[in-house]
Design a protein around this ligand. Sequence first.
Ligand code: SF4
Ligand code: SF4
Length: 278
Amino acid sequence: MGFGDEVKDQLSFLGGFKLTFQHLTRPRVTTSYPDEKKAKFPRQHGRHVLNRYEDGMEKCIGCELCAGVCPADCIYVRGLDNPPDHPVSPGERYGYVYEINYLRCIHCDMCVEACPTEAITESKLFEFSFSNRSDAIYTKKELLVDDNGMPQKLPWEDWREGDDMMTSGWMRATSPSGSAAYEGEVQWSGELGYGTRAPEGGQSGHRNDELTGNKALRETLEPHLLPEDIPLAHRGMQGRVWRAKIGAEKNKKKMEAMRVRMKELRTSRKAAKAEGKS
Ligand code: SF4
Ligand code: SF4
């Protein structure tokens, strides 16, 4: 064995670092959960909400279709005739009792599909837990949206920005009978707090990514796509430069936020000192 071969043999362990070095320039996919959370899918199925019309009337008419279709048998609904002097819903009846057992729910959204009035939809929240069985049963008190149409944020739920957006985004993606003619057309009624939401696009390219939040999702998922599904401009060295630019932009925003926070802290400390002296 010559000297060259010996050196090569001695340094052969460096081959083991090949994968490590390759990943040094790739974007990090892990985050400091739960402090930092990744963008959720626009059609994520989370904790349900019971919607209301813009005049405050409840959308649920107590028809029990959601309970009938639920494969996990976790919805319990009882309808009651609307009191003529102060109706709760615009229909003949309203959902007098509405309960969902989250120990059973598999978030399949069949109830959302079955509902004729868009009363039951799902938010993106999945970070909630319970210390006993009865707390896992959400009643109308917890499920009904507030006066502004926003889901109630209960103390044991970890709501983050955007979790309450597009609570019925999943349904909005579908077009009646799968007809492409309706793609991109608003098919759903306006919602309290949100108004009429932009429909999601399908395969036709007729879409508004900014309004539906799809662009952010595609960017988030790109590192996990097959190479042939990644746009040419984002592959190879070009892609690395593109990702580095995005990373630099994110770091800039983080630094800016940190600077603002430090400034606030300094100001509050100065104010506290001044108060102590006086
Ligand atoms: S999401 Fe599925 S399992 Fe959960 S309540 Fe609705 S139908 Fe039942
Ligand atoms: S949520 Fe919808 S499907 Fe369920 S009882 Fe109310 S109106 Fe009927």
